[in-house]
Design a protein around this ligand. Structure first.
Ligand SMILES: Cc1cc2nc3c(=O)[nH]c(=O)nc-3n(C[C@H](O)[C@H](O)[C@H](O)COP(=O)(O)OP(=O)(O)OC[C@H]3O[C@@H](n4cnc5c(N)ncnc54)[C@H](O)[C@@H]3O)c2cc1C
Length: 467
C-alpha cells in the first residue's frame, strides 16, 4: 500500500529520495500545499546575481554533515559545490555589532589570548571560569543561563546571544542548552565541568560516521561552509529530478485533516480540494505546528504536544548595489538582542560568493522579536526602509540599491525552547504506544539546519523499513 509523504520541502524530498532508493517498487505519494517544491530553500536569480531567500550555506562539519555531502555526490552535484575554505575572509572574519561598532570575533587560538573589544578581557580568561564553576545538576536550562554560569555574562550577552540569532533567529534566554549545545551540557552534567569533559573525551575513541569522497575533499581542503553554484535551490531541484519518475507528486494540494486507523494499518489524508488520499503510513515532513492542527480531532494529546513547538517569523531583505561597498570583507555580522536594533544580522553574500563588481547583502529581521518589533502584518516597504536605515547605521551605506527583495517567512524557524528533548520523547512515546503509522521528520524535531533535516529523513526511512 502507498506510503504518503506530507510536505515537499527539503525533508519531504529527501524522504522521497531515501524511500525510492530502498523501496523501489512500492507506491509513494508526496503532497505539497504550495505550487512549488523546496519549502524555505529558494534562490532567486536576477541581473546575474542570486538572492537567497532562505538558507545560503551548508556546514561540512558535525556528525550530520557527511550524509549531506554523500547525497550531493549521489545526485551528481559535486562539481556544482562552491566551497569556502578556512583561509577565505568569509571563514576568518565573523563579526558582531556591539556598542555602535563592528567587532571581529577571534578566529584563531592566538586571538583568544588578546583583549578584543567588546570583551573586557581575553576570551581565554572568560572561558577558564568553567574550571572553577561547580556543576549544577539540572535536566535542562536556557543556553544563556548555561553560558552565563560557566563562562560569564559577556560571553552570554555578546557571543552566544548573537550566535542563537544566527542559528535559529531565537532568544538565547529561551532556547534549550540540552538541544543546541548538548555535548557541552552533558560534559558539565557527567564530568562536573566542560573542561573535564573535554579532557576525558579527548582520549576516548569516538566512532566517526563513514565518510564519502566529497567529505574527504572537504576535510583535506579545510572547507568552512559551502553552497552550490546556482544557489542552494539546486539541491531540492536535483532531488526532484531524481524522484519525479518514481513518486506521484501532487503540488498545490493542501492536507487539512488526518485520520489514522492503526488496527487497519491505514491513514486517510483529507485534502483541501475535497479528495482523500489513503496509505499504509504517513511520513510527516511539515512543521510540527501544522501537523498538530491536522491531528487535533483524533489525537488531541499528540496535537497539543506538537503545537507546543512554535516557530519564529523572519523577514529576509536582499539588496544589490552596483559597486563594492564593503571595506572589511567577511561573512557578515550578527547583532546581540541586548543592542536593541531591529535586525538579527547581515550576511555579506557578495564577499562569501562573489559574482561580479557589486555588493549583495541580506538583512535578517524579526525572529523571536518579530511581532514586538514590526507588528502583526508589516508592509514590505516598511521593512525595506528599516533594513536600509540599519545598513546606513552599521555599514555606513547610504546608496540606493539597484534591486531588492523583501520576503516575510511566516513561522519559518522552529524554536527549541527549554524542555524540547522531553517534548520529543513524549511525542515519540505517544506514537509508539498507540502504534500510529506515522513518522516525523523535518526541522521541528532533531535540528534546524539543512544537515539535520536531511539526516532526519534518512533516519525516519531507516526506522520505517525496520518496522
Ligand atoms: C531564513 C532561513 C535561513 C536559513 N539558513 C540556513 C542556512 O544557512 N544553513 C542551514 O543549514 N539551514 C538554514 N536554514 C534552515 C533550513 O532552511 C531548514 O531547516 C529546511 O529548509 C527545512 O526544511 P523542511 O522540509 O523541514 O521544512 P519546510 O521547508 O518548511 O517544508 C515543509 C513543506 O511542507 C509544506 N506544507 C506545510 N503544511 C502542509 C500541508 N498541510 N499540506 C501539504 N503541504 C504542507 C510547505 O508548503 C513546505 O513546502 C534556514 C532557514 C530559514 C527559514
Amino acid at each position: 500500500m502507498t506510503t504518503v509523504i506530507l510536505g515537499g520541502g527539503l525533508s519531504g524530498l529527501s524522504t522521497a529520495y531515501y524511500l525510492t532508493k530502498k523501496l523501489a517498487s512500492n507506491p509513494i505519494t508526496l503532497i505539497e500545499s504550495s505550487h512549488r517544491l523546496g519549502g524555505w530553500i529558494k534562490s532567486n536569480h536576477s541581473k546575474d546575481i542570486i538572492f537567497e531567500e532562505g538558507p545560503r550555506t551548508i556546514r561540512p562539519h558535525g556528525d550530520a554533515a557527511p550524509n549531506t555531502l554523500s547525497l550531493i555526490e549521489d545526485l551528481g552535484l559535486s562539481d556544482a559545490v562552491i566551497p569556502i575554505n578556512s583561509s577565505h575572509p568569509a571563514a576568518k572574519n565573523r563579526m558582531i555589532f556591539v556598542k555602535d561598532q563592528l567587532h571581529s570575533l577571534p578566529s584563531s587560538i592566538k586571538g583568544l589570548f588578546k583583549t578584543q573589544m567588546p570583551f573586557s578581557k581575553p576570551l581565554i580568561l572568560q572561558l577558564m571560569k568553567d574550571i572553577t564553576t561547580p556543576r549544577k545538576v539540572i535536566e535542562d536550562e536556557s543556553i544563556y543561563d548555561f553560558v552565563n554560569r560557566r563562562f560569564g555574562k559577556e560571553v552570554a550577552d555578546y557571543l552566544i546571544s548573537a550566535m542563537i540569532c544566527g542559528i535559529c533567529a531565537g532568544n538565547s534566554k529561551e532556547i534549550s542548552v540540552n538541544f543546541l549545545m548538548k555535548t557541552l551540557f552533558r560534559y558539565e552534567q557527567d564530568y562536573g565541568s566542560i573542561s573535564k569533559g573535554l579532557i576525558w573525551n579527548f582520549f576516548k575513541k569516538i566512532k566517526k560516521p563513514e565518510i564519502g569522497s566529497l567529505s574527504m575533499k572537504a576535510r583535506q581542503e579545510k572547507w568552512s561552509v559551502y553552497s552550490l553554484e546556482n544557489g542552494l535551490e539546486m539541491l531540492p531541484k536535483a532531488l526532484h529530478d531524481n524522484i519525479k519518475n518514481k513518486v506521484s507528486i501532487e503540488t498545490s494540494t493542501k492536507c487539512t485533516d488526518i485520520e489514522i486507523f492503526p488496527e487497519l494499518n491505514n491513514v486517510i489524508l483529507h485534502l483541501q480540494n475535497g479528495k482523500n488520499i489513503s496509505g499504509s503510513h504517513v511520513i510527516s515532513c511539515i512543521p510540527s505546528e501544522q501537523l498538530g492542527i491536522l491531528l487535533q480531532k483524533q489525537h488531541p494529546v499528540l496535537s497539543d504536544l506538537l503545537l507546543q513547538i512554535k516557530s519564529a517569523t523572519v523577514a529576509v531583505v536582499n539588496v544589490h548595489f552596483d559597486k563594492k561597498l564593503i571595506s572589511r570583507e567577511g561573512f557578515g555580522f550578527l547583532v546581540p538582542p541586548g543592542e536593541k536594533l531591529p535586525i538579527l544580522g547581515v550576511t555579506y553574500d557578495s564577499c562569501i560568493f562573489p559574482r561580479g563588481e557589486n555588493t549583495v547583502l541580506t538583512v535578517m529581521m524579526g525572529g523571536a522579536w518579530f511581532e514586538e518589533l514590526f507588528g502583526k502584518n508589516p508592509e514590505k516597504d516598511f521593512l525595506l526602509k528599516i533594513a536600509l536605515d540599519q545598513l546606513k547605521k552599521t555599514l555606513n551605506i547610504s546608496e540606493k540599491p539597484v534591486q531588492s527583495n523583501v520576503s516575510i517567512l511566516e513561522k519559518c524557524i522552529p524554536q527549541y525552547v527549554v524542555g524540547h528533548s522531553e517534548k520529543i520523547e513524549k511525542i515519540n512515546n505517544y506514537i509508539n504506544k498507540n502504534k500510529l503509522p506515522l513518522s516525523l521528520c523535518g526541522a521541528s524535531y532533531y535540528g534546524v539546519g539543512i544537515n539535520d533535516v536531511i539526516l532526519s529523513s534518512k533516519n525516519a526511512v531507516d526506522r520505517l523499513l525496520k518496522i
